[in-house]
Design a protein around this ligand. Structure first.
Ligand SMILES: C[S@@+](CC[C@H](N)C(=O)[O-])C[C@H]1O[C@@H](n2cnc3c(N)ncnc32)[C@H](O)[C@@H]1O
Length: 353
């Protein structure tokens, strides 16, 4: 069974599980929660998962989409060779896990027996729902610990006892507040994480693909720069200032196309939302590694221009500068798209301005 098939099965099960958690109709609950996410100020003071309808809405729509986003991202990073130091039986730490979204995505993509998961969230109720679902899906193999805690508090209150091979922080940083105002809080949080990472351990930060959240991640990356000993692996080609930070007209994000399972697709149609693309922004860091400069370019736009010779894509080059590359240059890449990593034909750096 491919990981994509496993993903479809898991998401269908999660959808049914969500529907069993509340008698409120899922469409109305998802719409209500969606408004709340667009106006995060309404949410910040509370545990917004304290009500059953909100938990059900998250489990039925937001969690499935985020699990899929993360599974596709982990797949991309694995194929690019960026996760080469993950051991056979890794310890994965999922912070701000909600219903264990990062852990479920990791298990779906890698399914390595012996993997240990440690998840933290402020919502005890959401953790419990996630744990019950996780244990029902993977009854024998997976080892899972969950703890409720506030990630803004000192890490001794919530940190894992055992160092991690991978720490996932997905769709959480934007809840720390507006990017500039919460920059210090975000950096303090990230600085605490290095001591929970094994020497070759990874830290994966994921944010929504919207402009404010994505540019907030670029701002954080430029300001924090990995702290004491974390090195940036992806998506950036270099550590130079991100050209798509807060003042830029565009923002860096990555997209995937997913054939949604039928039940989720029907829900999306009823909501009037768009199913594809699945988009996110991210940055992947590794502790202690002597990372050589990435070769090639990262594609950071959709295909621009009419069909034919004038089609082109924007890319970040090895100096983190934005360049335009004509489509015809991508001979080895059958369908160049936003988020992909591309080498020039002779594997030398691109130098097209
Ligand atoms: C949008 S959800 C993301 C959940 C999951 N990681 C995902 O990608 O779908 C944000 C999660 O972060 C949690 N959270 C936000 N601020 C937190 C804090 N200060 N401490 C602990 N958890 C927090 C919320 O309870 C919620 O479960």
């Amino acid at each position: 069974m491919t990981w994509q098939n496993k993903l479809s099965t898991l998401i269908t099960d999660l959808y049914d599980y969500a529907a069993s958690q509340s008698s409120d109709p899922l469409v109305a609950s998802v719409q209500e929660l969606s408004h709340g996410f667009n106006d995060l100020r309404r949410f910040r003071r509370d545990d917004y998962f304290s009500q059953a309808w909100a938990r059900s809405a998250y489990l039925g729509y937001f969690a499935p989409k985020n699990i899929a986003r993360l599974a596709f991202l982990l797949d991309l990073l694995e194929r690019e060779g960026h996760l080469a130091d993950l051991p056979q039986q890794p310890h994965v730490v999922d912070l701000g896990a909600g219903p264990l979204v990062g852990s479920l995505a990791f298990h779906t993509r890698f399914a390595q027996p012996g993997t240990r998961f440690f998840a933290v969230d402020q919502s005890r109720q959401m953790l419990k729902l996630g744990r019950d679902f996780f244990n029902a899906q993977f009854p024998s193999e997976a080892q899972l610990k969950t703890i409720s805690g506030n990630l803004k508090a000192p890490a001794k209150n919530w940190g894992p006892r055992e160092p991690a091979d991978l720490i996932l922080v997905a769709n959480v940083l934007n809840e720390f507040g507006e990017p500039r105002r919460s920059l210090k809080a975000r950096e303090v949080f990230l600085d605490q994480l290095r001591r929970f990472l094994k020497p070759q351990g990874y830290l994966l930060l994921v944010e929504p693909a919207q402009r404010v959240a994505s540019q907030g991640l670029s701002l954080l990356r430029d300001s924090w720069r990995g702290g004491k000993d974390l090195h940036l692996l992806a998506p950036c080609m270099a550590l130079e200032t991100c050209p798509m930070g807060p003042r830029a007209p565009t923002w860096c994000h990555t997209s995937f196309q997913w054939r949604h399972p039928a039940k989720l697709f029907q829900l999306i149609q009823k909501l009037g939302f768009q199913a594809n693309p699945l988009s996110l922004s991210y940055s992947l860091w590794q502790r202690n590694s002597k990372v050589p400069r990435n070769k090639g370019v990262r594609l950071v736009s959709d295909v621009m221009g009419q069909k034919g010779a004038s089609q082109q894509l924007m890319a970040c080059d090895h100096k983190n500068e934005l360049i335009r590359i004509p489509m015809k240059k991508f001979i080895d890449l059958p369908s160049p798209a936003r988020g992909q990593w591309a080498l020039s034909l002779d594997t030398k750096q691109w130098a097209i301005k």
